[in-house]
Design a protein around this ligand. Structure first.
Ligand SMILES: Cc1cc2nc3c(=O)[nH]c(=O)nc-3n(C[C@H](O)[C@H](O)[C@H](O)COP(=O)(O)OP(=O)(O)OC[C@H]3O[C@@H](n4cnc5c(N)ncnc54)[C@H](O)[C@@H]3O)c2cc1C
Length: 714
């Protein structure tokens, strides 16, 4: 069958090229036609760009609302947040079923600045009338990229806003992305080939947002060159025409100009590449981020601007006014929340409720209207983590033509290499497991373009994860079958505002449009227009690329630890170090590691519980740190110590510590840990696990644990 995509090539590309050269192959002719079309489009777009070019938005502003937090600012505690939520309503249903009158509490205000990340945090509170009948302006449900973006946008416009997340911030799809901040060269190819203006708009919008991303959180994002290898000479100008067009569309927001490389330069840039038949390639630039650190930075910045936010707090029902006649549904005036840590339920009042639950949005839509049709068409994307030596440190690779027509990224990330992704129809579940078939498919594809020195085995997989794409149909569209290209905003008859779809890269623009819509739908009175292009995220204000050197000198840290802290916490790395205990060694003076090979230190666990709302072990291993994404085996070994530190900070009993340890192990099943091994480890007591450090490895505990992490699944 002739594959429609000319952008793609595979192992068979060289033979296809040979037949194209003879002029006999229809495929070759079609590819060349497309190459001419793309090149012409690149020139055309260049002209359009020249006419529509506009300056960077942030260059024009003096950042009047970019509030820099006091040094060592830390947010109110989670319990204070829960109390603030209850304050909006007078009814609290306790876990035992009794009803209680809510106490009068004060809401955290814009002046809510503390002085220390350590327990005795001081906060200023604004007076709120005891019976504030309106409650919040907005209640945002879902604390992934979308919800976190919306709460920041609303808070910085001066709206009274609350965010609730039933698991942890970023626990859904937002922690499981490819970590790219990108317009998507693949979508651009589709836009040109299918002359699809909507696709083009999506790429342009994402490219604009890509630069905003880097501006507001420079310590969390960086630019990454990505090589597209070409195994036929004529593919080089073809790919280049595509990336040139990509650069043109990005215009003044571009991150670096793409360029062509010959065979030798391609191998110099990416020495692990299969050299046989390699003609050269094209290098283009995109952004790369740490998705969950970005997620928590958005939430913390919103809190700094006055938002109330609580993780592990689920919306279990929507509260409405009584329904009117003529099938008029009641209007949503808030929600019933459940504190997942205590089981307590209470009501929260809000003028508007925003459903930002991504792939889970149908459940909330059904709470609103049980007859509403499903709009999510879930598909899962699996990634795997390989050791860092699989790729050069500063260069990614894009395979534009895998065996089933998808693209695969192969990227250096946090000292490791991540590869993905797949695209398989899936069911919606909170912790989807990465399928063995999908992992094998990635391994096969990766083998195709690496040279013989880099053998790719199942045991090289250090971690694997599956994320659900929130692909949606627009319930208001005539053609309700087709998926929306970008994101979709819909307000139901009773006033549930659903925002779904889109990408991490476009979270800011999605949030702006959502809050605009909410202001209109719920008649809100904001103090400002949207400010999120100017408001830099917490940690950005006094961060610099070389800040890690000062940090290292001040605290006597290892270089990789200082770099990691600087690039994960920005200027808040000083706060992290301020709670670091001395190592007792000649060097490093501070920074007791959780694992000898990873740069994570014990002080991060303390900081995460004190200043970043980590209340479960998985919050730390997967989202405040990225240990579970980088190496499940190292995470298992560090788990007893992490549990003990969190236990100290959060005053856990020994039973609670054992539960957290077990839940931590079970969570690792969703990070690719073999299920047999998970079962074995889940039966190990924490007391036994604490002895791992003396026996040097958990594998020595029992013969059942002697297989290497993924072996039994291979
Ligand atoms: C494999 C894959 C790779 C991707 N790679 C990229 C990439 O490289 N770059 C990019 O820009 N985009 C990428 N994306 C897209 C991006 O990750 C998503 O668009 C984005 O993360 C979606 O965020 P969200 O907040 O809408 O959903 P989610 O992150 O899933 O958040 C929804 C949240 O709602 C919570 N929730 C659900 N029900 C309730 C309730 N009743 N009460 C309270 N909370 C509730 C859930 O716990 C969840 O945390 C990728 C997506 C996938 C699947």
């Amino acid at each position: 069958m002739i594959r429609s995509s000319v952008w793609r090539f595979s192992q068979k590309a060289s033979s296809a090229a040979a037949s194209a050269a003879t002029g006999a192959s229809a495929k070759g002719a079609q590819r060349k036609r497309a190459a001419v079309l793309i090149t012409a489009a690149a020139v055309g777009a260049g002209s359009v760009f020249a006419l529509t070019r506009r300056p960077n938005d942030w260059d024009e502003y003096a950042l009047p609302h970019d509030v820099s937090p006091q040094q060592f600012w830390s947010p109110p505690t989670r319990s204070q947040m829960i109390e603030a939520l209850k304050q909006s309503s007078s009814r609290i249903l306790r876990a035992d079923g009794s009803l209680e009158q809510a106490k009068s509490l004060l809401m955290p205000s814009h002046e809510a600045v503390g002085h220390s990340p350590i327990p005795e945090v001081e906060h200023a509170y604004a007076d709120v009338p005891e019976h504030d009948d309106d409650g919040f302006d907005l209640l945002i449900v879902g604390g992934g990229a979308t919800g976190a973006g919306v709460v920041l946008d609303a808070a910085t416009r001066g709206l009274k806003v609350a965010l609730v997340e039933r698991d942890d911030y970023g626990a859904g799809t937002s922690s499981k992305s490819t970590k790219l901040v990108h317009g998507g060269v693949r979508y651009l190819e589709k836009a040109v080939k299918q002359l699809d203006f909507e696709q083009y708009k999506m790429v342009k919008e994402a490219l604009n947002e890509r630069r905003n991303f880097l501006h507001i959180a420079p310590y969390l994002c960086s630019s990454l060159p990505i090589l597209i290898p070409a195994y036929s000479w004529w593919l080089i100008p073809y790919y280049y025409a595509g990336t040139f067009l990509y650069d043109l569309i990005a215009g003044s927001q571009n991150m670096g100009r793409s360029y062509m490389v010959g065979r030798n330069k391609a191998l110099e840039a990416f020495p692990m590449l299969r050299a046989h038949n390699l003609a050269g390639g094209v290098v283009y630039f995109d952004g790369q981020q740490d998705d969950t650190r970005m997620n928590i930075a958005l939430v913390l910045t919103a809190i700094q601007h006055g938002a109330v936010a609580a993780n592990h707090t689920e919306v279990v029902a929507l509260n409405k006014t009584p329904a009117g006649g003529d099938d008029k549904p009641g209007r949503i005036i808030g929600a019933r929340l459940r504190d997942m840590l205590t089981g307590e339920e209470f009501d929260v009042k809000a003028k508007g409720v925003v459903n930002a639950t991504g792939p889970f949005c149908d459940a909330l839509r059904k709470m609103d209207d049980p007859t509403s049709a499903d709009i999510v068409s879930p598909s899962s994307g699996v990634h795997v983590t390989f050791p860092g030596y699989f790729s050069p440190r500063g260069m990614g690779l894009l395979d534009p033509a895998t065996s089933d027509g998808r693209v695969i990224f192969f990227l250096p990330w946090q000292g490791a290499t991540i590869a993905g992704t797949t695209d398989v129809a899936a069911k919606v579940e909170p912790h989807p497991l990465p399928g063995e078939k999908e992992i094998d498919w990635i391994l096969d594809e990766v083998r195709n373009y690496l040279n013989a020195d880099v053998s790719v085995k199942r045991t090289d997989v250090l971690s694997a994860w599956s994320g659900l794409r929130p692909l949606v149909k627009d319930p208001a569209a005539r053609d309700t079958q087709s998926l929306v290209r970008n994101h979709m905003i819909n307000v139901s008859k009773s006033g549930l505002l659903t925002i779904s779809g889109g990408k991490w890269t476009t979270y800011r623009e999605m949030a702006e449009q959502t809050v605009d819509k909410a202001i209109e739908a719920f008649d809100l009175k904001p103090l400002h227009n949207c400010l999120t292009k100017q408001v830099r995220l917490i940690g950005s204000h006094s961060w610099s690329r070389t800040m890690y050197v000062r940090l290292l000198q001040e605290f006597g840290l290892d270089t990789d630890v200082a770099l990691h802290l600087s690039n994960s916490y920005g200027d808040r790395a000083w706060s992290v170090c301020s709670v670091a205990k001395p190592t007792g060694d000649r060097y490093p003076l501070h920074g007791i590691r959780l694992d000898p090979q990873l740069p994570y230190i014990e002080a991060e666990v303390r900081y995460a519980t004190r200043a970043e709302f980590a209340v479960k072990v998985a919050d730390f291993i997967a989202r405040r740190s990225r240990m579970a994404f980088l190496n499940t085996e190292a995470t298992i070994e560090a788990l007893p110590r992490i549990v003990d530190i969190m236990g100290e900070e959060l005053d856990w009993s020994e039973t609670r510590k054992q539960t957290e340890f077990r839940e931590g192990i079970l969570f690792l099943a969703s990070m690719g840990l073999d299920l047999l091994r998970v079962n074995d480890l889940a039966n190990v007591s924490l007391i036994e696990a604490r002895r791992w450090k003396d026996t040097s490895s958990p594998r020595q505990l029992s013969p059942a644990l002697s297989a290497s992490p993924m072996q039994s699944a291979a």
